[in-house]
Design a protein around this ligand. Structure first.
Ligand SMILES: C[S@@+](CC[C@H](N)C(=O)[O-])C[C@H]1O[C@@H](n2cnc3c(N)ncnc32)[C@H](O)[C@@H]1O
Ligand code: SF4
Length: 344
């Protein structure tokens, strides 16, 4: 064991130590979840807070990285055999860049995959066509597709080097997923190119087009985290816009999400503002366990999460229900995943 010099208060460990902790701590009523990360993107958007790696590195390292992920899944199999998984979450980076063959390899290594209640994947809509959506439905048994859209304004996307996808294509994608009974989330970022009147106007247009034309099951929206260090002052205006599209169809995930009371703003939905259908929120409440990668942090549910993937500075974190946290990422020089125990 040695101290890790890139992150404070962590110690490099062998993955067996993490496996041992999971085995020791898994209790009868814990929800065990699996997070799998693909830390590469087709184009690295300027606003993004994740440390994803560029596409050329995916082209260079794809096989090596995928094989390493398969090996980790085999290594952690004994924990997944101890307790059936509640959910699998494909995150990133851009998990829609996994090939169908790689995804098939992944799920073949997950014990009891076909009985898992909730499978969710983030995806860039640019990567989707009807064939791929059919694969997600028929082979991956996806329950929630989460589309990174951010803005429907072509110039706003260009300003952030974000690959643009038109509202018509997005509507088609949502309709296709719905044919298979898959819920769809759309991520929208307000103030994509800065805190200006023009950008507020773009967000207002976007939210109307999404709710009135594209019609996903849920919309997740936040002001661009990069516009201000403390973006809480932007939330009241965001909430007023969201409230204007709430109706019988779209409701907030929690009534206080749209409150303008300062304490409510601090307490509820500081980071995520979900408006969606009642049916979707019922599904989430019953079935879904969140898994996420840094910079999101904390044990969000009564769950333990095994996270596999990440590379370079794009770490993923695993945690047991009793509060033990581990970071990991693939190291291309070492040609191995490196695991860290968080000593905080
Ligand atoms: C891992 S990405 C989603 C999947 C895929 N890479 C994509 O962009 O379509 C997760 C989400 O983080 C959000 N995000 C990233 N940087 C952000 C920022 N600066 N402010 C607000 N949200 C941000 C975006 O909404 C993005 O969809
Ligand atoms: S927003 Fe998505 S596609 Fe863009 S850099 Fe971030 S993770 Fe990659």
């Amino acid at each position: 064991m040695k101290e890790c010099d890139t992150m404070p208060n962590v110690t490099i460990i062998e993955p067996e130590e993490m496996i041992g902790c999971f085995k020791e701590s898994l209790a009868e009523n814990d929800n065990l979840c699996l997070y799998i990360d693909l830390p590469f993107c087709r184009s690295n958007c300027l606003y993004c807070i994740y440390h994803s790696l560029p596409y050329k590195e995916l082209l260079e390292h794809r096989e090596e990285y995928a094989n390493a992920v398969f090996e980790q899944l085999d290594l952690f199999k004994e924990i997944m055999q101890m307790k059936p998984l509640k959910s699998v979450y494909f995150g990133g980076g851009t998990p829609s860049l996994w090939t169908e063959q790689e995804l098939s390899e992944i799920i073949s290594r997950i014990p009891g995959y076909d009985s898992i209640e909730s499978v969710k994947s983030e995806m860039h809509p640019y990567d989707l066509d009807d064939r791929r959506i059919e694969f997600y439905a028929e082979n991956l048994h996806l329950k929630i597709a989460s589309l990174g859209v951010q803005s429907l304004d072509a110039d706003a996307c260009k300003g952030q080097r974000r690959l643009y996808v038109s509202p018509d294509k997005l509507k088609h994608i949502v309709d296709e997923f719905h044919k298979y009974g898959i819920y769809v989330n759309i991520d929208l970022v307000a103030l994509f190119n800065g805190d200006t009147e023009k950008e507020w106007h773009i967000f207002e247009n976007d939210i109307h087009t999404v709710t009135e034309y594209i019609k996903p099951d849920v919309i997740t929206s936040v002001p661009n985290y990069r516009t201000k260090l403390d973006y809480i002052s932007q939330l009241p205006r965001l909430r007023i816009i969201l409230a204007s599209v709430c109706s019988d169809i779209y409701v907030p995930s929690h009534p206080k999400i749209l409150s303008l009371d300062e304490e409510d703003i601090k307490q509820y939905g500081k980071n995520d503002h979900w408006i969606g259908t009642k049916e979707f929120f019922d599904f989430i409440r019953k079935n879904f366990r969140y898994c996420c990668s840094p910079p999101a942090k904390g044990n969000l549910n009564d769950q333990a999460t095994i996270a596999i993937g990440g590379a370079g500075e794009h770490y993923v974190y695993s945690y047991t229900k009793d509060g033990r946290t581990f970071y990991s990422a693939y190291d291309f020089d070492e040609k191995a995943f490196v695991y860290y125990r968080c000593d905080d």
